[in-house]
Design a protein around this ligand. Structure first.
Ligand code: ACO
Length: 349
């Protein structure tokens, strides 16, 4: 039976470190508030001029490709997960194809925010299992620093997010008991607006109270994409934090149990749970409710903040570099985020 294995993994984070105290330059906050609510001590912000979501993804990809013992020219498909693409369109996948001088292979962008990497991995897994591709590059990368409201007004969100990228190369394996055992993907759009960035977008909801019918087409276009949008502060992420916390606390354990049940396994079989690094308090809650032993849940949000689609591959890469992910280990990836979407993957390394 053919399965997909993670043949190589890499990560890249910008050099520029911002501690919680550095955030005081921009807003009224405190190290104590941020650490107590989120566990975050510092985050990385990309170089404003040189680094983009794509360039960071490329750096992570180079390492993953090298560790997989292959070359960029041998990659036959790209899946790129991000919510902060270089351009509104085209997606980052094609930019990776160009930057890495790859063949004219397929490139797919996934827009599932915090669950983006697990969704991307699941898509790649299906292509490997079907025999269509043999070397798939999966990237999760974010440059949040570009789109955050760093004033006091945006502090409940801006202190949480950081920049970075992670990547894996998936290849087929026929080894007994190795590779991705299963992936599980879910969504519920009924609360789509409680963790979202509304613009640029083609929705009209936001302008309803301003009697959209009274505007002509040119004025409406200006509202969607330009100066008016910025003036109205509609181009920053919005989050109802407590509502997100409540839903995450239910869906994380649910999707992990779904993966274990599907494979006839229990929480005791997990060697390492690598959750999306949303908030250290969510990870601690997860460890407690799922009765996972100390050291079985990997956390590095303290150093990087929440890097959305990049958080799982960055955490998995660091865990692997620290010797916490070894051949034969059972690794569980789990994510929850905007959409809402949530997902898990169970992998025998
Ligand atoms: N520094 C200082 N004070 C702040 C800050 C800040 N950075 N941000 C908000 N506050 C203040 C608010 O103004 C408010 O003050 P008030 O009581 O005088 O009005 C007070 O702190 C509480 O504000 P809340 O927004 O209610 O803060 P809360 O206690 O809910 O904590 C947090 C916010 C950490 C986001 C929390 O809701 C949470 O953990 N939510 C889970 C969602 C999450 O972690 N999302 C991460 C991204 S989404 C994802 O990856 C799934």
């Amino acid at each position: 039976m053919v399965r997909s294995k993670i043949a190589g993994i890499g990560m890249y984070v910008p050099k520029n470190v911002l501690t919680n105290n550095d955030m005081l330059k921009y807003m009224d906050t405190s190290d104590a508030w941020i650490q107590e609510r989120t566990g975050i001590k510092e985050r990385r912000f990309a170089d404003r001029t040189g680094e983009t979501t794509t360039t960071m993804g490329v750096e992570a990809a180079k390492i993953a490709i090298k560790r997989a013992g292959t070359t960029a020219q041998e990659i036959d498909f790209i899946v790129f997960a991000t919510l902060s693409p270089d351009y509104y369109f085209p997606g980052c996948g094609v930019l990776v194809q160009r930057e890495m001088k790859m063949k004219e292979i397929g490139a797919l962008d996934v827009r599932n925010q915090c669950s983006g990497f697990v969704y991307a991995l699941s898509v790649a897994d299906q292509f490997i299992k079907s025999g269509m591709y043999k070397n798939i590059l999966v990237i999760g990368s974010e440059k949040h620093s570009f789109g955050l409201d760093l004033s006091t007004r945006g502090r409940n969100i801006s202190v949480i997010f950081g920049d970075g990228a992670g990547a894996v190369v998936l290849q087929p394996t026929e080894k007994e008991n190795q590779g991705i055992l299963s992936t599980h993907l879910h969504s519920d759009g009924s609360n789509a607006e409680i963790l979202a960035m509304y613009n640029p977008g083609t929705h009209a909801n936001h302008w309803k109270k301003e009697k959209l019918a009274d505007y002509n087409d040119a004025e409406i276009a200006d509202m969607f994409m330009s100066k008016t949008m910025v003036e109205k502060e509609q181009n920053y992420p919005f989050m109802d934090g407590p509502a997100v916390f409540k839903m995450a606390a239910v869906k994380f354990p649910e999707v992990i149990m779904e993966a274990l049940n599907k494979n006839g396994l229990t929480t005791a079989d997990i060697d390492l749970l690598v959750p999306h690094q949303a908030n250290l308090r969510i990870s601690q809650f997860l460890q407690h409710t799922m009765k996972l032993e100390e050291g079985k849940v990997y956390n590095n949000i303290q150093k990087y903040g929440n890097t959305t689609a990049a958080s799982i591959p960055i955490a998995l890469c660091e865990a692997w570099e620290e010797g916490k992910v070894k051949e034969g280990n059972l690794i569980c990836l789990a994510a929850f985020g905007s959409g809402f979407t949530w997902a898990s993957a169970l992998i025998r390394m």
